[in-house]
Design a protein around this ligand. Structure first.
Ligand code: ATP
Length: 356
């Protein structure tokens, strides 16, 4: 089942929660809606589900216009951050619930329900917990049962809203790998909302980056990370050092360092900003080649990596640098040292004209 969102706008009063959204999700794809709090991700998920009606625009499931269809007709499965399992029902009965409430004509026999629920519990690798009650499960197990319950009705689309948001970091990581493997197995068109960049990049086939009700970029994880379309995407997908830059022909200058920017040819003299990831900063051969000269203020050892926090000596601005521990050890540097830094890679964005 594909999902097509065409020119969807949703307002709450005068506020645009979704501003003319266009997005196609391919059959069997796992797509992440990624963005900061309040950017419209959940609203779009609710519009897809039929829990929220758009003010304008259409939603298609395959080629069928589903915009006016009721949530129950859309055959979607949901998993939320706090999935409300029924407390008084066993795990087995929670998963069976959607099957038991079907109209009599469509309802499976008891033997078929037993088989199906055990199959689903096996799929989420929790068949051994069927007799337990929700309060006897860990948070991660509860979410997996939530997923089994959502899948029981054989939805055409699976929608997940911050499914692992309430779990601790380790469980979250395990579960997202597990979700990826499960998705590869069942190939159900799935959309999940997250504000966690790492989660989106690790799990999704494609990532849709939201900002203030608009889509900033749609792409496969490598594409959005390595080739962010806008300064917002660059900044949202990891820490960024920012420096003023000036364009000359096919080159951009950052201090005394230059990088190739053929994409900006013809924009000589235009104001620009260079974005550099901390792991793309290195020590320059000399001050004459440096993008920035900065004083080392903090050394933070993070397992195999080291993060250096420096202050730009021209303006005091924080400059961050990251490197493997072996490289750091070879440099023999201490707090208070003044270092000349240059980018290995940078992305230069031209500032929007003021009139726009
Ligand atoms: P979060 O990650 O915090 O859940 P989000 O990107 O999912 O954020 P949405 O829940 O889609 O954001 O909300 C988008 C904007 O619309 C927010 O500013 C929110 O306050 C507003 N909004 C959402 N639902 C309503 C509503 N029912 N009434 C009024 N405003 C709403």
């Amino acid at each position: 089942m594909s999902i097509q969102i065409q020119n969807v706008t949703k307002r709450f009063g005068n506020f645009y929660a979704l501003d003319n959204i266009n997005l196609t999700i391919n059959p069997g794809e796992l797509v992440a809606l990624l963005g900061p709090s309040g950017s419209g991700k959940t609203t779009l998920l609710r519009v897809i589900a039929g829990l929220e009606a758009p003010d304008s625009g259409r939603v298609f499931f395959d080629s069928e216009d589903a915009t006016d269809k009721h949530v129950q007709e859309r055959e979607v499965g949901f998993v939320f951050q706090h999935y409300a399992l029924f407390r008084h029902m066993s795990v087995f009965e929670n998963v069976a619930f959607g099957l038991r409430v079907k109209p009599k004509k469509e309802r499976l026999s008891e033997a078929e329900i037993q088989k199906k629920v055990h199959g689903l519990l096996n799929l989420v690798q929790l068949d051994w917990l069927g007799d337990r009650y929700p309060h006897q499960l860990s948070g991660g197990q509860r979410q997996r049962i939530g997923l089994a319950r959502a899948l029981a009705i054989e939805p055409k689309v699976l929608l997940l809203d911050e499914p692992f948001g309430a779990l601790d970091a380790k469980v979250r990581k395990d579960l997202r790998r597990w979700l990826r493997r499960l998705h590869d197995e069942i190939q159900l068109t799935s959309v999940f909302v997250t504000h966690d960049q790492e989660e989106a990049l690790e799990v999704a086939d494609r990532v849709v980056v939201f900002n203030q009700g608009k889509i900033e970029q749609i792409g496969v994880p490598d594409e959005v990370y390595d080739h962010p379309a806008t300064p917002f995407v660059y900044g949202f997908l990891g820490h960024a050092n920012r420096f003023e830059s000036r364009i000359e022909g096919e080159t951009s200058w950052i201090g005394h360092a230059k990088i190739d920017t053929p994409e900006h040819v013809g924009l000589s003299g235009v104001k620009a900003t260079a974005y550099i990831r901390p792991h793309d900063m290195e020590i320059a051969a000399t001050a004459a080649h440096a993008a920035v000269t900065a004083k080392l203020e903090h050394i933070v050892k993070l397992g195999p990596n080291v993060r250096l926090e420096l202050a730009d000596i021209s303006n005091g601005q924080l400059v961050q640098m990251e490197m493997p521990r072996e490289c750091f050890d070879e440099l023999n540097i201490v707090n208070g040292d003044v270092l000349n830094l240059t980018p290995r890679r940078a992305k230069v964005f031209v500032e929007e004209p003021a009139s726009k």
